[in-house]
Every structure is written in structure tokens, then in C-alpha cells.
Design a protein around this ligand. Structure first.
Ligand SMILES: C[S@@+](CC[C@H](N)C(=O)[O-])C[C@H]1O[C@@H](n2cnc3c(N)ncnc32)[C@H](O)[C@@H]1O
Length: 497
């Protein structure tokens, strides 16, 4: 390697530490046989960080706590962004002919709402293929509330995705009519996706190896379908497990996780029901299957050992540390959970229906605590039951009008229901009650952005930044589900207005 590059080799021990460090930050696995590759990637990354000596660069990297921006840069050198429209045709044919028609029929009779996530979307071809499919399958799309989010760790890829301009190489497996119908030629070998389709997809940065989903905040909750294809194959086993478990909690009951055919496995998806459609295998969230598999009975569930819920600023129970799904203690009951705690434990494991069953009778008796109402609201929202979530959140607000968080939660639901002006009013109430509510300012900024009100958005982003400056960089922002002030500031600068 040294001879090849004219640079000093990174010693094996340092390379080993580097690979562990990078796995911890990105989930990516760097096997011994790929060490030369890693070495080469570091050489290509070091200039972006202003280094001329790869050993010095690696040593520096290992001694720092990287910012999101630095991780983005590193990721762009470490990841494979290979993708194209309608990649793995069988999967899209199954979606088009077997899976989506049933789902669309069901939703047509209820709330006309569908939610998709392309996780590890690279330059966007996967998410846009899905958008085109939806456009083809739902003639009255205007009357529907369809959300397609697409996320990646590589900010450069995301920027390209947002532009929606592609070369012939991205169309390598699509018939000619496809390009003619959905794209306009902008110059030689450059085609721009029609704005109507482009607007159907929202791109954002998300590192799948971080515990930031499911979350109402970044819209990674209550999903019907998650496409995470050709991503997990690059992850270390532990990170695959954690990611797949978080996806489970991000899905609604009956929702599907779709991986690429080479990523199917009997080990990693045992929590899901395996569904064979034509030539494809999809993984379905089916809590009944899960319960049978684990033989969880009511009295046993009561023995799940969890630390008591902690209280935070607005009296809402704080995230509990994740425990393995139904990792039941070998010895009999240590701690008997209250129904609220049981519901909370079920909620955190993605068993939303069971959590609803447990908490429903308690909140319905009209004497429940604000914490229980908030939990119940979230349980409903995570199942996509927005109208019910709204109703219960309103009850919580009526019971405690001066609770800023409740107004914020109501705003999140209202925005999801596309009641943008109402959402704005609720956010303003939250801010009126707590002038330092960073999350509410941030939500207001994003809402303004969504409505195309740029000056307003800028003002609210500035307010958020000002509030964040009062926190230490590693301090966790209240009600943010674990986001530090530093990370928050990076999220704001990533918007680049
Ligand atoms: C081969 S592409 C897959 C694109 C598309 N899903 C497909 O199948 O065509 C893999 C993508 O995963 C992304 N990726 C890798 N590690 C990630 C992580 N920790 N979080 C989010 N995205 C990640 C890479 O940046 C890259 O864009």
C-alpha cells in the first residue's frame, strides 16, 4: 500500500481501532479482507479534512468526537451509493401487482393515508421509483395523504436526490417509455424528474446506526412499508439486529420491511412474519406471530423488568433504555408493572396494538394521568390512527392547558393531518407557554419551510439557534428523544436556507 500511494502505511493495530471506531459511528463493517480498501478510503478522505498524512489523519480522527458534518464527509468516502430506477424488478413487480393494490384498497375505505420510507436511499432512484408506482396505482392521488420519506447518511447523495436529475446509467433497467413519460431532457444525457413526482418525496439525513427512530419528530413512525435494500449487507451483525428491531417499531401493525433478495436471512428477521409473494420475500410486522413465537402470556408479560419511568421537564415519561424484545428474566417476577408501565414497555417494543389494549380501558375511565394520555396519544399516532390520537391529545390539553409539550404534540399530529394553520397555532401556544422550547421553534421553522415561507422559516431557525446556544453542546434538549444541542445545531445548519 505504501509503495502504491507513496504514503506511509497505517499500522494494523491503528487500522483495527479505526475500523471499530467507524463501525460504532456508522454501523458499517470493515472486514480484514477489506482493510486495503479502508486504507484507500482514508487516503481519499484525508484531504477533505485538510490532512496530507494518512497516519496523522487516522490518529486525529480517533481522538475526536466527530460532528454530523464530519460523519457525512467520512460516509461519502466509505459507502457504496450504487442504485438505479426499479432496481431488482421482481420487488417492484410484487409491490405493483400483489402488495400495494391490497393496501390501497383497504386504505381507500378508511383514511386514504399511506406512509413509506426508503432507508439508505442514496441518490433517490428507489424512492422515486416508488413515487412513480404510487402515482400509477392511485388515480385520485390528490385526495390522499401519501408520505414518502427517504434518508441516507451521505449528504452528497441526498443533495443529488433532491435535484432529481439523472443520467442514462440510472435508467439501465427501465423501458424507454419510462424516461419519456416521467422525465424531461435538460441536456445531453441529463434528465429531470417531473416536479409532481419529485415533490412526493422528502429527503433528509438519518444515520441508521443511531437510536433516532421511530420518532414522530422525523416522521419515522407509523410506516406502512420500509424499503431498506442493499444497505444492511454492509453493516456489522449487531447493527443489523438493532436496525431491524427499530424498523419493527417504526412500522404499523401489518406493515412491511423490504430488503434486497441477497439480504434475506433466517437469523435477523425472526421477529417478523415471512411473507412470500411471487418471487419475493417481504417481512411483515405481525405482533400475533411474535406473541405465539415467544409464548408470551399475560401474567408473564407482567414480569418484564424495567427501571421505573423517569420524569422530565413537562412531566412526560422519558425514554426507557431499550431492552431486548421479551427478554424475559429466568427467575419469576421481580417487579410487577402497573398497567401504565406495561403499556409503556409494550409501546417501546413496537407492540402498539397490545399497548393500546392495555391502556385503552384505563384512559377511558376518565381518571388517568397526563403521562398516560400522552402515552396513549403516541400509541395511537404510531399506528397511524391520527383522528383518535388527535382526540386524546386534545383531552390531555384540556386537562393541562399550561403544558407546552402537549400543545407541541398536538401540533405534530395536526401537521401530519395536513392541518398546517392549526398546527402553527398550537406551536405558537407551546412557545407562548415556554419561550425556551427549542423543539417547538424548530418545528415552526420546518412548517414555515414546508409552506414555502422562507423568511419566516429563517426567523424561527434563528430563534432555535439562539435557544440552543444556552445549552452545553452535549446537553440533551428537553423532549427531543435524546438529541444533544450540538446535533440540533447541525440539523439546522444542514437546512442551508
Ligand atoms: C447501495 S446504496 C442502496 C441504495 C438503494 N437502497 C438501492 O437499493 O438501490 C447504500 C446506501 O446506504 C447508505 N448507508 C450506509 N450506511 C448508512 C447508515 N448508517 N445510515 C444511513 N444510510 C447508510 C449509503 O450512503 C448508500 O447511499
Amino acid at each position: 500500500m505504501g509503495k502504491e500511494t507513496g504514503l506511509k502505511d497505517v499500522p494494523d493495530t491503528l487500522l483495527q481501532r479505526l475500523s471499530e471506531y467507524l463501525t460504532a459511528k456508522t454501523g458499517l463493517q470493515f472486514l480484514n479482507k477489506n482493510r486495503d480498501n479502508l486504507h484507500r478510503n482514508m487516503i481519499s478522505a484525508m484531504t477533505d479534512f485538510g490532512f496530507e498524512d494518512v497516519v496523522g489523519f487516522v490518529e486525529w480522527l480517533l481522538s475526536t468526537s466527530p460532528t454530523q458534518e464530519q460523519i457525512e464527509i467520512l460516509a461519502s468516502h466509505l459507502t457504496v451509493g450504487e442504485t438505479y430506477f426499479f432496481r431488482e424488478k421482481n420487488t417492484f413487480e410484487t409491490l405493483e401487482h400483489s402488495m400495494l393494490p391490497g393496501l390501497i384498497d383497504t386504505r381507500r375505505k378508511t383514511d386514504k393515508r399511506l406512509r413509506f420510507w426508503s432507508a439508505g436511499c442514496s441518490t433517490g432512484e428507489e424512492a422515486y421509483s416508488l413515487a412513480i408506482l404510487i402515482d400509477r396505482l392511485i388515480p385520485d392521488l390528490r385526495d390522499w395523504n401519501v408520505t414518502i420519506i427517504a434518508t441516507d447518511i451521505n449528504a452528497f447523495a441526498l443533495r443529488k436526490a433532491g435535484e432529481g436529475i439523472y443520467s442514462d446509467w440510472s435508467f439501465r433497467d427501465t423501458p424507454p417509455f419510462f424516461k419519456d413519460k416521467y422525465f424531461e431532457r435538460v441536456k445531453e444525457n441529463r434528465y429531470r424528474l417531473l416536479p409532481g413526482i419529485r415533490k412526493m418525496v422528502t429527503f433528509s439525513y438519518l444515520n441508521l446506526s443511531e437510536d433516532v427512530y421511530p420518532s414522530l419528530q422525523n416522521n419515522t413512525n407509523a410506516l406502512d412499508v420500509i424499503l431498506c435494500r442493499n444497505v444492511l449487507m454492509y453493516f456489522a451483525p449487531d447493527y443489523i439486529r438493532r436496525t431491524v428491531e427499530r424498523f419493527y417499531r417504526s412500522l404499523v401493525e401489518g406493515g412491511f420491511l423490504i430488503v434486497s433478495p441477497v439480504e434475506t436471512s433466517q437469523v435477523y428477521y425472526s421477529q417478523y412474519a415471512t411473507v412470500r409473494f411471487r418471487d419475493s420475500i417481504f417481512y411483515k410486522k405481525d405482533t400475533l406471530k411474535e406473541k405465539q413465537g415467544y409464548r408470551v402470556e399475560k401474567h408473564v408479560e407482567k414480569t418484564i423488568s424495567l427501571p421505573p419511568a423517569q420524569k422530565v421537564k413537562y412531566g412526560i415519561s422519558k425514554k426507557l433504555p431499550h431492552t431486548k424484545r421479551y427478554d424475559l428474566p429466568k427467575k419469576p417476577a421481580v417487579q410487577v408493572l402497573t398497567p401504565n408501565e406495561e403499556a409503556d414497555a409494550l409501546y417501546r417494543k413496537g407492540f402498539y396494538r397490545e399497548a393500546e389494549e392495555r391502556l385503552g380501558p384505563i384512559v377511558s375511565n376518565g381518571r388517568s394521568s397526563p403521562e398516560a394520555l400522552v402515552l396513549y396519544t403516541k400509541i395511537l399516532a404510531n399506528q397511524g390512527k391520527l383522528a383518535d390520537a388527535f382526540r386524546w391529545c386534545e383531552k390531555a390539553v384540556s386537562a393541562d392547558r399550561s403544558n407546552a409539550y402537549l400543545h407541541y404534540l398536538l401540533a405534530v399530529i395536526l401537521e401530519e393531518q395536513r392541518r398546517f394553520e392549526d398546527a402553527k397555532v398550537s406551536l405558537k401556544r407551546a412557545i407562548y407557554l415556554d419561550h425556551n422550547f427549542a423543539l417547538a421553534y424548530f418545528a415552526l421553522a420546518n412548517l414555515s419551510l414546508r409552506l414555502g415561507r422562507i423568511a419566516e422559516a429563517r426567523k424561527h431557525f434563528n430563534n432555535t439557534t439562539e435557544i440552543l446556544s444556552k445549552y452545553k453542546p452535549d446537553e440533551i434538549i428537553p423532549e427531543s428523544e435524546g438529541i444533544t444541542a450540538r446535533r440540533f445545531s447541525e440539523m439546522i445548519s444542514a437546512v442551508r436556507l
